[in-house]
Design a protein around this ligand. Structure first.
Ligand SMILES: C[S@@+](CC[C@H](N)C(=O)[O-])C[C@H]1O[C@@H](n2cnc3c(N)ncnc32)[C@H](O)[C@@H]1O
Length: 241
């Protein structure tokens, strides 16, 4: 065998490793964006692009008045978009509980891609989000409340998981023409009248302090692809002291 020996063996090995890392990085950068099985920052950014026109996400988060160091929860976390945004707001000393009854692989992939060390994924149950008691500054529920099969139990648990004075924020879709339908029929359209939710939240012992209806007005062709004009509303309620 005719081996050519390098006079600088460790330098050669170093160059081989560097070449391998560079090629891995280049292949990741150059692969097309994958919105079906997202794993990179670019994948999630493509998926998240409609949050501002669709839900005024930055204004929605500003309404929560989250402070650095807060413990907060995103109930019905779905793919984890709001948990990611909340992680930035609470900072390194805060904590975000990303809760759902069915944990999507997207949540963990997102946490890895964005290096979210302050996000804890929690698998809850239909009548119990399993969050720490008397501790949370904010519980955010976006487009998920209408999925709750046992909303009285969920509201009762959440009230005890918020600290006194803590905020419950619910955002949901509703179109004026569907508000006269029975509750169950609205849910089939993935909508719910804020007046129904206000009554349910107050019955559970919360004090409703704000309801923006609409919070985002439906506009044709802007993010919200629902067929009929469906506005997004936002309600804030407090756990009394
Ligand atoms: C439309 S997705 C949520 C979207 C997410 N909040 C977002 O803005 O991307 C509705 C989610 O609610 C969850 N869900 C349904 N019932 C639930 C319950 N009782 N507790 C927690 N999550 C629930 C579903 O598993 C689903 O992930």
């Amino acid at each position: 065998m005719n081996l050519i020996r390098s006079p600088f063996p460790s330098l050669s090995r170093g160059l081989v490793v560097l070449a391998a890392i560079t090629s891995a990085l280049l292949s990741q950068e150059s692969r097309p964006v994958d919105t079906k099985n997202p794993s990179t920052v670019a994948d999630f950014q493509a998926i998240d692009a409609n949050r501002e026109p669709y839900q005024n996400a930055t204004s929605l988060l500003a309404a929560l008045q989250v402070s650095a160091g807060d413990w907060v929860a995103d109930v019905g976390v779905g793919g984890g978009y709001y948990s990611m945004r909340l992680a930035d707001l609470v900072g390194e000393k805060g904590r975000v509980f990303a809760e759902d009854i069915a944990i999507s692989s997207w949540v963990n992939a997102r946490a890895k891609a964005f290096n979210l060390h302050n996000v804890e994924v929690v698998k809850g149950e239909a009548d119990d989000p399993k969050l720490p008691a008397d501790r949370l500054a904010v519980v955010l529920i976006v487009d998920s409340y209408h999925h709750f099969t046992n909303y009285p139990a969920m509201l009762d648990k959440i009230r005890h998981e918020l600290k006194p004075g803590g905020k419950l924020a619910i955002a949901e879709y509703s179109s004026a023409e569907h508000r006269s339908l029975p509750r169950a029929d609205q849910l089939k359209l993935h909508e719910i009248d804020p007046a129904l939710v206000r009554a349910e939240v107050e019955h559970a012992g919360f004090q409703v302090v704000r309801c923006d209806d609409p919070f985002v007005k439906w506009r044709p062709g802007v993010g919200n692809t629902r067929g009929s004009p469906t506005d997004l509303w936002l309600m804030l309620a407090i756990r009394p002291q």
